[in-house]
Design a protein around this ligand. Structure first.
Ligand SMILES: CC(=O)[C@@H](O)[C@H](O)COP(=O)(O)O
Ligand SMILES: NCC(=O)COP(=O)(O)O
Length: 237
C-alpha cells in the first residue's frame, strides 16, 4: 500500500499572506488526517516563508498519522528535527534562495556528510529518507549513507507525463527496483497530482509513500469552489 502524506506548506503560505491565522494550519492538518490521509509533511525553509519553525512544534501533538519533516540539514534544522522527533526526516539539498526543491542529493559526493547526519537522526529513533534524482548511482550512494528510504524527485516525471511522454516513468521504476533489492524503502514526491498519480503508482514497485502539496491544495480549490460560491449565494438571498 502507498501512503498519502499531504504537504501543508501551501496552507502556511496562504496564512502568512495576511499575517493572521486563517487558514489555521492545525485545523487543516487535523481535517486532512480525519479525511483519511496517512501523513502530514512540512518543509520548513530557513526564511520561514511558509512553514515556520514554531509550526513544526505546534503540529507535533496534532499529527496522529505519520509526521514527515523535510529540509536541508543545516544545524538549525537538525536541532529542530531532533527536538520534534517526527516519524521521518527527509533530507533535501535545497538552496536557501530556491523557489522550490529542484534537485536530489549527489549521494556520492556528500556521502560522509549524509552518513553523519543520518546516524544522528537514527540515534534519535527518527526514520531517515534522502531526496534523490532517479539515477542508479545515486540510489547505490544512498544505501551507503545508511538511509532507511529514498524519496524519488518526481518533477521530471510530472512535466514529461504532462507532455504525453509516459516513458519518463522508466528511470523511476528502475531505481525503485534497485532500492527494493538493496533493502531501502521508496518514497516519491514533487509535482505529483490527480492527473499523474495513478500511472506513477502503477509503475513503481514497492512505493511506500508519496508526499503531495502544491497540486493537491490547488485541486482542493478547483473542486471546492462550486460548493463555497453556492454557500455565499445562499446567504445573500
Ligand atoms: C522535497 C519536495 O519536493 C517538496 O518538499 C517541495 O520542495 C515542497 O516545498 P515548497 O512548498 O517550498 O515548494
Ligand atoms: N516531498 C514532496 C512534497 O512534499 C510535495 O511536493 P509538491 O507536491 O508540493 O510538489
Amino acid at each position: 500500500m502507498t501512503k498519502l502524506s499531504v504537504n501543508v506548506n501551501k496552507i502556511a503560505t496562504l496564512r502568512n499572506s495576511r499575517g493572521g491565522d486563517t487558514p489555521n494550519l492545525l485545523k487543516v492538518a487535523t481535517d486532512i488526517q480525519d479525511f483519511g490521509a496517512e501523513g502530514i509533511t512540512i518543509h520548513p525553509r530557513p526564511d520561514e516563508r511558509h512553514i515556520r519553525y514554531q509550526d513544526a512544534y505546534d503540529l507535533k501533538p496534532i499529527v496522529y498519522t505519520e509526521y514527515n519533516i523535510e529540509g536541508n540539514p543545516i544545524p538549525k534544522f537538525v536541532e529542530l528535527v531532533k527536538e520534534v522527533k517526527p516519524t521521518q526526516v527527509t533530507l533535501v539539498p535545497d538552496a536557501v534562495d530556491a523557489i522550490t526543491s529542484n534537485a536530489g542529493w549527489d549521494t556520492i559526493e556528500h556521502k560522509d556528510f549524509l552518513r553523519e547526519v543520518i546516524s544522528e537522526f537514527k540515534k534519535n529513533d527518527i526514520r531517515t529518507s534522502v531526496f534523490v534524482d532517479p539515477v542508479e548511482k545515486m540510489i547505490e550512494g544512498a544505501k551507503e549513507t545508511g538511509a532507511d528510504r529514498i524519496e524519488l524527485y518526481t518533477e521530471t516525471f510530472a512535466s514529461e507525463y504532462a507532455k504525453g511522454n509516459k516513458d519518463a516513468v522508466l528511470p523511476y521504476a528502475t531505481c525503485a527496483m534497485l532500492a527494493v533489492d538493496l533493502g531501502i524503502g521508496v518514497n516519491a514526491g514533487h509535482d505529483l497530482s490527480l492527473d499523474n498519480i495513478k500511472f506513477f503508482k502503477e509503475n513503481i514497485p514497492g512505493l511506500l509513500e508519496v508526499s503531495i502539496g502544491h497540486a493537491l491544495i490547488s485541486e482542493s480549490l478547483y473542486l471546492g469552489l462550486e460548493n463555497v460560491v453556492n454557500m455565499y449565494l445562499h446567504r445573500l438571498k
